[in-house]
Design a protein around this ligand. Structure first.
Ligand code: SAM
Ligand code: SF4
Length: 457
């Protein structure tokens, strides 16, 4: 019998396919985590793994975790439970847990879920290849969680998810210790990257074809404070604005206490920095802001917004708000509702306060019952939705410039783009538009979260 009689084409394909190693990464949480996943993916690719979206096809599953709220943790433990079934049917499957929950729970994760093989902390992202090799040699649980970060983690290969927009971390960690927040405990103290490294990365991303970059940090306005020879955030923005290979610059997240006139001035006079301010206020009550250790008052915040609106009248403004922080009475909540109506945010990310063990707020008296929190959240969302719709309606009839990002998620015949003010615009595809280029769209319909329009010739 000849060789070809023994094996069909399908058998050969199957055997080649089996030789390949596939990885997938399930990512929870903020943009910093999304970017860490890009660095984890790059490392796995460097040791021969290929990416798959299909969980059941993967030989290696990484779960990149978040622990900012309890709801995220519950979801993640659910996902880890699901992986136990997958591992039972695929014993050679490697399962790794990374990110903030890994940093916080460490070996407890092995105790709760022995089918996990690797636990990698937030300061150890660059060590994935070493830990995989150690696991392959020993077949024993590998724990890589440093208590403290190196000043700056070494570079590793990175695979970017998007083709138009890229994230560029400018600093790691947070020094603020807002009393509700776990981030400083799992991401360490502030460490800023040198301006020259950031500018170089942005320039190279532009050369690779990226059009928009988002500078990332927990509190970008304190950039540079940990390294005296470096410039401050305004200097960095100015330097990045000069990079000719890139078209748009975004950044997140700003702390209202630390944003200063110099930053507003650089944005006002810049060519490429988006006129979009995300300034998490967290509460509209001075009593609660003090208990949160936010370091500003509502009066200060209002003045800041006045200043921004005077300097850049068409700028958009969004925020984060937590409802049900310990000690928040009905009256104090009402102050937040009134504050939100007075400021007129374009939109707000609203959260139920979530008790995070180890943070000061977790042991504060007068914790707010779940149903009260839920009810307040609903009131706040209803009020904000009305405001967002009202602001969006003012755009009807106006022509805006968008960067074309790609097809709408729900309708392939439509394209989606974003204004510099971060408004999402949908329009019927004409076919002349190019992904990553700027286009003009006249707004015809306003909704709470999106706007619809027509492409201008
Ligand atoms: N560093 C950024 C800042 O200060 O705005 C963002 C950090 S955090 C990942 C994003 C948002 O999560 C915060 O602005 C806050 O509104 C919310 N958050 C943080 N801890 C929380 C908690 N324990 N319960 C509810 N929301 C929380
Ligand atoms: Fe958390 Fe406050 Fe730091 Fe933001 S600034 S990460 S809310 S501690």
């Amino acid at each position: 019998m000849s060789h070809s009689d023994q094996y069909t084409i399908e058998d050969l394909y199957q055997s080649q396919h089996l030789d390949r190693k596939y990885f997938t990464i399930v990512t929870y949480g903020c943009q910093m985590n999304q970017h860490d996943s890009e660095r984890l993916a790059g490392q796995l690719k460097s040791i021969g793994y290929e990416y798959t979206e299909v969980l059941s096809e993967a030989n290696f599953v990484l779960v990149n975790t978040c622990c900012v709220r309890e709801s995220a943790e519950k979801k993640i433990y659910g996902k880890i439970g699901e992986l136990k079934t997958l591992k039972a049917s695929k014993p050679n499957l490697i399962i790794g847990i990374t990110g903030c929950m890994a940093q916080k729970d460490r070996e407890k994760l092995f105790q709760k879920a022995p089918h996990i093989d690797l636990v990698l902390g937030t300061h150890n992202v660059h060590q994935l290849v070493e830990t995989v090799k150690e696991f392959e040699e020993t077949k024993k649980h590998v724990l890589a969680v440093w208590d403290q970060a190196e000043r700056l983690a070494p570079d590793v290969p990175t695979i970017r998810k998007g083709a138009i927009s890229a994230w560029v971390p400018i600093m790691y960690g947070c020094n603020n210790f807002c009393t509700y927040c776990i981030v400083p405990y799992v991401r360490g103290r502030e460490r800023s990257r040198p301006v020259a490294d950031i500018v170089k990365e942005v320039y190279e991303l532009g050369q690779e074809g990226f059009k928009e970059i988002t500078l990332l940090g927990q509190n970008v306005n304190s950039y540079g404070k940990d390294a005296e020879q470096n410039g401050d955030f305004a200097d960095l923005l100015h330097a990045v604005d000069q990079v000719e290979t890139i078209e748009r610059i975004r950044y997140m997240t700003s702390h209202p206490r630390d944003i200063n006139d110099k930053v507003i001035d650089v944005i006002k006079n810049s060519k490429k920095i988006c006129e979009y301010f995300h300034l998490p206020v967290q509460s509209g009550s001075n009593t609660i802001l003090k208990a949160m250790n936010r370091g500003y008052t509502t009066e200060y915040y209002k003045e800041l917004i006045k200043k921004i609106r005077k300097a850049i009248p068409h700028a958009s403004l969004t925020t984060d708000i937590i409802v049900g922080f310990p000690g928040e009475t009905e009256e104090l909540f009402q102050e937040t509702l009134d504050f939100v109506k007075e400021i007129g945010f374009d939109s707000a990310y609203t959260f139920l306060y979530s008790k995070r063990s180890g943070t000061p707020a977790a042991t504060m008296p007068n914790q707010v019952p779940a149903e009260v929190k839920q009810n307040r959240l609903q009131q706040l969302m209803d009020a904000q939705n009305d405001i967002s719709l009202e602001i969006n309606k003012r755009l009807v009839g106006k022509t805006v410039t968008v960067m074309v990002e790609g097809p709408s998620k729900n309708d392939e015949s439509r394209l989606m783009g974003r204004t510099a003010t971060n408004k999402i615009i949908l329009w019927d595809k004409r076919g002349t538009e190019k992904i990553g280029e700027l286009a003009k769209v006249t707004i015809t319909t306003a909704q709470t979260w999106i706007l619809k329009g027509q492409l201008v010739d």
